[in-house]
Design a protein around this ligand. Structure first.
Ligand SMILES: N[C@@H](CCC(=O)N[C@@H](CS)C(=O)NCC(=O)O)C(=O)O
Length: 218
């Protein structure tokens, strides 16, 4: 049975990185839209799959996984020999990719989500913009990107010279920033700018953004 991806019908947050992993690995999947307005993610049936009542979730022939980064890892391992190599085989190479992936989740992700909360989600809820909170959140991410600038001066991608799961996890929220007038990903320094431009022009990402979230065959 084809893998099912449950998500709201938007290329953003966890669904973006899961769909991108599936594209990089050329894994066909059925997209199952979850209706947030109808609170479908809080129904007993849905919460049997995801006890926190969130998206995304995958159902791989009856095997259910939630938490987007765990899903990406599962797909990267299961299809290790197909598509892009997102997790290198060598012990040390793998450790460096995992190091960069841990930095993404522990450091980059909270900083970028803080901005998204202010500029993306508050306006959607009809709440006024809080410029001081936006400035503070941007300052926080800027400090993280100063360190990325040094790291990316040593190698092409965050975990080494190859694109990996560590880079891939950055597509959750950061691509939204420019859409909301925050150009931090391409104005910090030459290394971050080079890396980010390479990420956002990756063909799998360009296609996913253009096509939106939909069932895919290869
Ligand atoms: N760490 C989780 C975050 C999941 C999450 O926050 N999902 C949001 C959508 S982006 C959601 O389902 N929100 C609805 C809710 O929490 O009720 C992951 O990466 O999968």
């Amino acid at each position: 049975m084809v893998l099912k991806l449950y998500s709201a019908p938007v290329v953003g947050a966890g669904a973006a990185i899961v769909a991108l992993t599936l594209a990089e690995k050329q894994v066909p999947f059925e997209f199952v839209p979850v209706d947030f307005a109808a609170k479908e993610h809080k129904t007993e049936k849905y919460m049997a799959m995801h006890p926190f009542g969130q998206v995304p979730v995958i159902d791989d022939d009856g095997f259910v996984v939630y938490e987007s980064r765990a899903i990406c890892r599962y797909i990267a391992h299961k299809y290790a020999n197909r598509g892009s190599n997102l997790l290198p085989e060598g012990l040390k190479e793998r450790a460096l990719v995992e190091q960069a992936a841990a930095v993404e989740y522990a450091t980059f992700h909270p900083a970028v989500v803080a901005i998204a909360k202010e500029v993306v989600y508050k306006p959607r809820l009809g709440l006024p913009l809080d410029q001081a909170a936006i400035d503070e959140a941007v300052k926080e991410l800027s400090a993280k990107l100063d360190v990325y600038e040094v790291i990316l001066g040593k190698h092409r991608f965050l975990g080494g010279d190859e694109f990996s799961l560590a880079d891939l996890c950055h597509y959750g929220y950061a691509p939204m920033l420019a859409d909301y007038g925050i150009d931090i990903m391409t104005t910090k320094g030459p290394n971050v700018t080079r890396w980010w431009n390479e990420l956002i022009s990756r063909p799998t990402w360009v296609k996913l953004k253009a096509d939106g979230l939909k069932s895919t065959t290869y």
